[in-house]
Design a protein. Structure first.
Length: 260
C-alpha cells in the first residue's frame, strides 16, 4: 500500500499502543495527518514524537473515552488542529472479566459500557456532524471484537458493549449513507498486543511465554498481529475499499457457526 490516505486527517481514539498504535503508524505511512488519544499524557506524547520522527504530522490529545464530553472533544480538538476530520478510528478496550450473575451495576456502566460503547457513540456523533456540516464524504472504522457474537461466559459486560457497538456501526452506516459517510467495523480475535499481555498476566496467571503457548492452540499457528489488523483498517478507511459500508468483518481465525 502506498499513499492510500494522502491528504486525510485521521483520528485514532485509543491510539498509543497495540492495534491503535499500529493503525496510527500505518496511517502515517500512508500519508495522513494523525491525532492519537489516550489517558496517559507521558506515553501519548512519547508515541506522537516517535511518529513524527517517522515523518508524520501527529498530535496527541489526552482523552478518557469513558467521559462523553472528552470523547466529543477528541473530535473538536482534531478539527482545531487540522481544520477538519476525515476518518476516525475507534479503538478502546476494557475487558476485565465479569460473569453475568456476578456483575455489579457499576460494572455495566463503567468502564465496560462507557469505554467500549458510549465513548465511541459520542465520538462518532461529533465526527459525522462535522462531515455533514462541511458536506464532505468520510469514513469511520470501529474496532470491535469477535466476542460480540457471544464471547466467553466471563466477559458479560464487555460482550454486551461490543455487541452494541456492532449494532451501532450498522445503524450509523445506514443513517449516514446519503451523506457519503462510510462506517464499518472489524471484529478482531485473539491478538498479540500489550493490552492482551497485561490481561493474560492479570487475570489468567500467564507467564512471559503466554503468546507462544497460545499460538499452538489456534489454526494458523500464531495470534493476530496489530500490524496486520492496521493494514485492514487503512484499507477500510481509504477509497480502495470502494462503496463498502455497514459491514462488520470478522477478522479472526475462528469461523463463527462452524463446529466439530
Amino acid at each position: 500500500m502506498s499513499g492510500l490516505l494522502d491528504g486525510k486527517v485521521v483520528l485514532i481514539n485509543g491510539g498509543t499502543q497495540g492495534v491503535g498504535g499500529a493503525s496510527a503508524r500505518a496511517a502515517v505511512r500512508e500519508g495522513a495527518q494523525v491525532v492519537v488519544t489516550g489517558r496517559r499524557v507521558d506515553a501519548g506524547k512519547r508515541f506522537a514524537a516517535e511518529l513524527e520522527e517517522l515523518g508524520g504530522d501527529v498530535r496527541f490529545v489526552q482523552t478518557d473515552m469513558a467521559d462523553p464530553q472528552q470523547a466529543r472533544r477528541s473530535v473538536t480538538r482534531t478539527v482545531e488542529e487540522f481544520g477538519r476530520i476525515d476518518v476516525p478510528v475507534q479503538r478502546r478496550r476494557d475487558n476485565h472479566p465479569r460473569q453475568p450473575c456476578s456483575t455489579p451495576p457499576r460494572s455495566c456502566s463503567t468502564p465496560h459500557i462507557a469505554v467500549n460503547l458510549r465513548g465511541p457513540f459520542f465520538a462518532m456523533q461529533a465526527a459525522a456532524a462535522d462531515m455533514v456540516e462541511r458536506g464532505t464524504a468520510g469514513s469511520i472504522v470501529n474496532i470491535i471484537s469477535i466476542a460480540e457474537h457471544g464471547g466467553q461466559g466471563y466477559l458479560a459486560p464487555y460482550v454486551a458493549a461490543k455487541a452494541g457497538l456492532a449494532g451501532l456501526t450498522r445503524n450509523s452506516a445506514y443513517a449516514h449513507r446519503w451523506d457519503r459517510i462510510r462506517i464499518n467495523g472489524l471484529n478482531i480475535g485473539w491478538t498479540e498486543s500489550e493490552g492482551e499481555s497485561q490481561t493474560q498476566r492479570s487475570f489468567h496467571q500467564a507467564d512471559d511465554d503466554w503468546a507462544t503457548e497460545a499460538a499452538k492452540k489456534v489454526p494458523m499457528g500464531k495470534l493476530g498481529q496489530p500490524d496486520e489488523i492496521a493494514e485492514m483498517v487503512v484499507l477500510l478507511l481509504s477509497p480502495r475499499s470502494g462503496v463498502v459500508t455497514g459491514s462488520v468483518i470478522d477478522w479472526d481465525q475462528i469461523v463463527i457457526g462452524g463446529h466439530d
